[in-house]
Design a protein around this ligand. Structure first.
Ligand code: F6P
Length: 620
């Protein structure tokens, strides 16, 4: 454990300014009187698994939804919390670093002190290991001062995202009992929140008074369902990565000689890569969900990229930018099967170096075909959820390697006559995780911290703090809490009516919805992105000033706002058309011509019918 955790940091000018930013609270959480409304009892998001989840969580399954309302909203079945006897709460970072995490602690602290100055908030130093070892740091104004609105998780640090074995659960319970905690707040993604549900159930079973609350914090954005719109950190990470990608795009087009293969952190699902593609318009993005759906093999993906390279070469372009989600590797059918075999061998405690010799013949053949660096990475020890360590597998290098080999082959066979293919690989992961969080993430995390305190004060156990209507301004956000069991399901291994649920109930990462409108937009623009170098420069995160709120939240959350972008352009085009009436004056024409760069941009995003209409205007 790092000895520097929690010590005051020396802040730069920008950090100091950020530390002064005061996150907004929605009206329902302002003041000390909060109205709590109990809604409908819940089952699970997958009704077919309800019985299994109910059996596994007899004490916490089926609890009611909770809504927090402005204190003057009158509805039946509500409770107003006015009296606040002192409480003690523990908090820990369980999941991976994600920008905004510190503000959950700050929000929790402020809400606790507003309720009763004698309340005590204890942070577990070193995450789960700190929880098991009872290693705490009391959160105070002083401790918090240099961590407000700051990136990283270094106020408390983190270790393993796992509270699962009987030993771990018992250690957590004895810590909570010994410290006499009324509440335990677990900050993390799907794995941490699944563990939080299990802990809540165990605590309830053993009459432990500590109420467990989960908070959706993960850069991956995959803890997403009918109750949770997005996770803390996703907005920032997508904005930072999009800026980096757009810089790479401009670099690529400037020199015209490299293909950049950029892998993006984000777990099994491709939300980060998808959002970044919408923001920065690279030439290609290969989403794991598409690959899984079409069952594309490694060679089919390679050929698809090669076709893109050839099509661009036909236009004299020898550069490009490709986005690759880190989870792609597991979406390729034959790679998935190989990784499953490796995982099974790990689960049977076979040492890394013996794994290759224990593979089935077909898996061994595939393994042998892969370059040595990928082989080494594939056999690394597993993540806490028994899956491969995606961040350690250089899928971008594997693809660059296969594409280069295929392009050389095509050249040799005389099928490709363009310049030699050249690639540069990047992995964008931690660069964005440590970023100063966006205003959105600062506000979202701070509000979630407040909700956690209301849950503990109301005595609710096994809930996740949630906020919906996030695309609106903070004063319209709807604050709620959802039983963790309501988000659980059990994986089925067979499709169709014969499907049998296998495994234990957990909260699963949600894949990209390939039926969503934002996905349709991306597909519609795919050939233009591939050939036209229609790169977009979103720029760095703007914290203040005129640029700060132009795009307050990620495009995929807003759903239609990418279309909104197009609407703005359409509107602009209409204006240009109105000015450019046939026979218009020279001055007006000159003014319009000076906007031509933008008109060209417009042309690139416009759909075909509008494109077709434009030549009616003769600018020369
Ligand atoms: O830095 P680490 O510990 O390798 O974690 C990386 C992993 O954590 C995540 O950010 C979140 O689970 C994944 O996207 C990624 O594979």
């Amino acid at each position: 454990m790092n000895a520097d955790l929690g010590s005051p940091r020396e802040l730069t000018g920008l950090q100091r300014r950020r530390a002064l930013y005061q996150p907004d609270l929605p009206p329902c959480l302002e003041g000390t009187r909060v109205r709590v409304e109990l809604g409908d009892p819940t089952t699970t998001i997958d009704p077919k698994c309800a019985d299994i989840v109910a059996q596994a969580f007899p004490h916490t399954f089926g609890q009611k939804l909770v809504h927090f309302l402005e204190s003057n909203t009158m509805v039946s079945d509500t409770q107003v919390i006015e009296e606040h006897p002192p409480i003690r709460v523990g908090v820990l970072f369980s999941g991976r670093q994600s920008p905004g995490g510190h503000n959950v602690i700050w929000g929790t602290y402020d809400a606790m002190k507003a309720q009763n100055p004698h309340n005590v908030l204890l942070g577990f130093v070193g995450g789960t290991e700190g929880l098991f070892a009872k290693k705490t740091l009391e959160i105070t104004d002083d401790v918090l001062s240099s961590y407000k609105n700051q990136g990283g998780f270094d106020l408390l640090g983190r270790t393993v995202d796992q509270i699962r074995t009987t030993e771990q659960v018992n250690a957590a319970m004895s810590t909570c009992c010994d410290l006499s905690l009324d509440g335990l707040i677990i900050i993390g993604g799907v794995t941490s929140n699944s563990d939080a549900a299990q802990l809540a159930e165990t605590f309830a079973k053993h009459n432990c008074k500590t109420k467990v609350t989960g908070v959706p914090v993960t850069l991956s954005g995959d803890l997403k369902n009918q109750f949770v719109e997005t996770t803390v950190g996703f907005d920032t990470v997508c904005k930072v990565n999009s800026q980096l990608i757009s810089n790479v795009c401009l670099d690529a087009v400037s020199a015209g000689k490299y293909y950049y293969f950029v892998r993006l952190m984000g777990g099994k699902a491709s939300h980060v890569a998808f959002e970044c593609a919408l923001q920065s318009h690279p030439n290609m993005v290969i989403l794991g969900e598409e690959v899984a759906l079409s069952k594309l093999t490694l060679m089919e993906i390679t050929n698809k990229i090669c076709e893109g390279v050839e099509a661009r070469a036909a236009q004299g372009k020898y550069h490009g930018v490709l986005l690759i989600p880190e989870g792609l590797i597991e979406s390729i059918p034959e790679m998935y099967a190989l990784i499953q075999e490796i995982n099974n061998l790990h689960s049977n405690n076979i040492p890394e170096d013996e794994i290759p010799s224990q593979l089935s013949p077909w898996a061994a053949a595939l393994f042998k075909f892969l370059p040595p660096f990928i082989r080494r990475e594939l056999v690394l020890h597993q993540e806490s959820d028994n899956s491969a360590q995606l961040s350690q597998i250089d899928t971008e290098q594997l693809l660059a390697h296969l594409v280069e080999a295929e392009m050389n082959k095509r050249t040799k066979e005389g099928n490709y006559k363009g310049r030699k293919f050249s690639s540069v690989c990047h992995f964008f992961g931690s660069q964005a995780r440590g970023s100063l969080p966006s205003n959105f993430d600062c506000n979202y995390a701070y509000v979630l911290g407040h909700i956690c305190v209301q849950l503990v004060a109301t005595g609710l156990n096994g809930y996740m703090a949630t906020v919906t209507n996030l695309k609106d301004s903070t004063n319209k956000w709807r604050c709620a809490a959802v039983p963790l069991t309501a988000m659980m399901s059990v994986r089925r291994h067979l499709r169709g009516p014969g499907a049998v649920p296998i495994g234990r109930p957990v909260i699963h990462p949600s894949p990209i919805d390939l039926k969503a409108e934002s996905y349709a937009v991306l597909r519609e623009k795919a050939s233009s992105f591939l050939l036209d170098d229609f790169y977009r420069t979103p720029g760095g995160i703007q914290f203040e000033g005129p640029g700060a709120d132009t795009k307050p939240i990620t495009l995929t959350i807003e759903g239609h706002d990418y279309l909104g972008d197009i609407e703005i352009l359409q509107d602009y085009l209409e204006k240009v058309r109105t000015i450019l009436k046939p026979g218009c004056s020279r001055e007006i024409l000159k003014a319009a011509i000076s906007s031509m760069a933008s008109v060209n941009d417009v042309l690139k995003v416009m759909s075909a019918p509008l494109n077709a209409e434009l030549p009616l205007y003769h600018f020369n």
